[in-house]
Ligand binder design. Structure first.
Ligand code: HEC
Length: 170
């Protein structure tokens, strides 16, 4: 009985040792699971484009592929009709979930903030300089996120133009 217990304990320990030894190597037969890999900051490298002929063959990635052969693009995608229209698209992508489609702070996510995200059409924001709004987008405020590394300078400028156009509309 004693010997059986001994054998059991030995098997458990030996098994665990073997398991550790096997796990020491990753699938490239390099010791240690974590290895140093090159650091790639956002936008440091262009996104990978799928090879022609891989799925999907229309919509989505196909649009990106077409962008590389400029003339094949539908006109609406090559000529951004105006900065304001481009700004609207960027606003919808980066801001509207918080600040809302009507810039009133009632976005889907925005509603869970207390107090709500700033209504971007109130006089106080109207009186802010373009540069202050640009800075608010770039470096964030207390709770507005810093988007300098996610949005290009052009895109941030366009959003400022779009906000101005909506402020004028009220
Ligand atoms: C995660 C939600 C969120 C997103 C996304 C967001 N904001 Fe905000 N924003 C807020 C909140 C909340 C405030 C209220 C001020 C604070 O608490 O910092 C605010 C405040 C502001 C202000 C007022 C700054 C001031 O001086 O009072 C501006 C301008 C602004 N945001 C612009 C934007 C723009 C433009 C975008 C998109 C590029 C954007 N925000 C994206 C949440 C957000």
């Amino acid at each position: 009985m004693k010997r059986l217990l001994f054998m059991g304990a030995f098997l458990v320990i030996a098994g665990y040792g073997l398991y550790t030894a096997v796990n020491l190597y990753d699938k490239y037969m390099v010791v240690g699971r974590m290895r140093e890999t090159p650091l790639v900051r956002p936008h440091e490298r262009p996104l990978l484009i799928m090879e022609t002929g891989t799925v999907p063959i229309q919509g989505g990635d196909e649009m990106v592929r077409m962008a590389l052969k400029k003339d094949a693009l539908p006109e609406s995608m090559t000529t951004r009709k105006s900065l304001v229209e481009f700004g609207k698209l960027e606003y919808q992508a980066f801001c509207s979930h918080c600040h809302g489609n009507d810039l009133d702070g009632q976005g889907t996510v925005g509603q869970s903030f207390n107090p709500l995200p700033t209504d971007l059409t109130i006089p106080r924001v109207v009186q802010l300089s373009d540069a202050s709004i640009f800075a608010a987008i770039s470096y964030g405020t207390k709770r507005s996120p810093a988007l300098a590394s996610s949005m290009s300078v052009d895109s941030r400028n366009a959003v400022v133009r779009y906000i101005r156009s909506r402020q004028g509309a009220k």
